[in-house]
Design a protein around this ligand. Structure first.
Ligand code: GMT
Length: 378
């Protein structure tokens, strides 16, 4: 029974964020295992990469009829989901992010018929930010309650979903994962010199520069570390806080020690340049970037927010401090960067933890089990 290959529709935010990365990578891995994957999104998922015979893409086109003040993307998506499900005979829709995707999947199921199953994966801000909005609470609760299975990317996110939305139904834990064929320590010997001299260490922060990432804390940690050991900071990504941070760095006279790399495709290569990853977030349901760093043997200095402690093992693969305690974070960074044998141990622990606990095979199999369960094919 378990071996029947499935036809799965996947909807995610295709152009940004960890949720889009996880959804796309999962689709690719499922396709490799023989399942037929149909991405139903408004643009091609940015990490989709090479052609694969089992992967299809269905673009959602929004009706811009002149009476609409706001083009109804959600309704177009729901209709497209139902249409693809019927035409392609899909077994299930797997949607990433509750709003609006789980709501659209609910509507699609009404149109396509109850044989179509829906699985919703909660990624974080759909709960930790959006569910705080009273006007959206009932809608998010409906979408979660009506899904045939719900998964969340950390125990902390499950707890928060229950607390904020009074949800009592089962929620499966499905951690983020990395493909170990991609995330391993890359040789950066010919690149490192572009950013740092031999006696300098490299700190890195990668994010979408939203306020929850506390990029100001990244600068503070970097400044404190740099007061003790010569250090360069590499900032990767773009977002609303970036220009403020650029001004702050200029005002602090640190511009010759900070490099802005913008958005980068080959994250594994870029992360391998770093000695430490900084992740001092205020909210972080999991922290995919810390896992990507872990796969490349790079320890994390971060906060204890959300699901980060489930991923970063404190004192083994990095050090965690209370949100905002930049002095402690900097002390931990200096401790690790000035003790070669400790650093080596941490780096090795990072690689083995990412391969054992968060590897692609393990998590993909967990998702498959959930699919077979909702389809009554256990
Ligand atoms: O981190 C972001 O701001 C992007 C966001 C998203 O929705 O794509 O990431 C969330 O989902 C990722 C994948 O599951 C998690 O690794 C991130 O921790 C989570 N972000 C937050 O909770 C802030």
């Amino acid at each position: 029974m378990m071996s029947r290959k499935l036809k799965i529709g996947i909807t995610c935010y295709p152009t940004l964020g960890g949720s889009g990365v996880v959804a796309t990578e999962l689709g690719k891995l499922l396709a490799e295992k023989g399942h037929e994957i149909h991405f139903i999104t408004h643009s091609i998922p940015f990490r989709l990469g090479q052609y694969h015979k089992n992967i299809f893409y269905h673009e959602v086109e929004v009706n811009n009829y002149y009476v609409f003040r706001y083009p109804p993307y959600d309704l177009s998506l729901a209709s497209k989901m139902a249409q693809v499900a019927t035409m392609q005979n899909l077994d299930l829709l797997h949607v990433h992010y509750a709003v609006p995707h789980a709501v659209c999947a609910y509507l699609a199921k009404q149109m396509a018929g109850s044989g179509l199953k829906t699985v919703t994966t909660l990624h974080g801000t759909d709960i930790t930010v959006l569910a705080q909005d009273e006007s959206l609470k009932s809608l998010i609760r409906l979408a979660i309650d009506e899904s045939d299975a719900v998964t969340a990317v950390s125990k902390d996110l499950i707890r928060e979903t229950r607390e904020l939305l009074d949800i009592t139904r089962d929620i499966d834990l499905t951690y983020n994962f990395v493909d170990k064929r991609i995330y391993y320590p890359r040789d950066t010997s010919n690149l490192r010199g572009d950013y740092a001299t031999n006696d300098e260490k490299i700190l890195m922060h990668i994010s979408n520069f939203r306020p929850v990432k506390r990029v100001g804390d990244v600068i503070d940690i970097f400044k404190r570390v740099n007061d003790h050991i010569p250090t360069k900071l590499l900032l990767v990504g773009e977002g609303p806080e970036l220009s403020r941070i650029q001004c702050q760095i200029r005002e602090m006279g640190l511009e010759d020690r900070v490099h802005f790399l913008g958005k980068q495709e080959d994250v594994a290569q870029v992360i391998s340049l770093a000695d430490l990853l900084l992740l001092p977030s205020e909210k972080e349901s999991f922290g995919l970037v810390a896992l990507e760093a872990m796969g490349c043997g790079v320890p994390t200095i971060g906060s204890t927010a959300g699901g980060i402690p489930e991923l970063v093992s404190h004192g083994v693969t990095g050090f965690l401090s209370e949100v905002g305690d930049t002095a402690d974070m900097a002390r931990n960074a200096v401790r690790l960067l000035t003790n070669e044998s400790m650093y080596e141990e941490f780096s090795k622990a990072c690689i083995s933890r990412s391969c054992e606990e968060f590897c692609n095979e393990r998590i993909t199999t967990e998702y498959e089990k959930i699919y077979y369960r909702v389809l009554g094919m256990e």
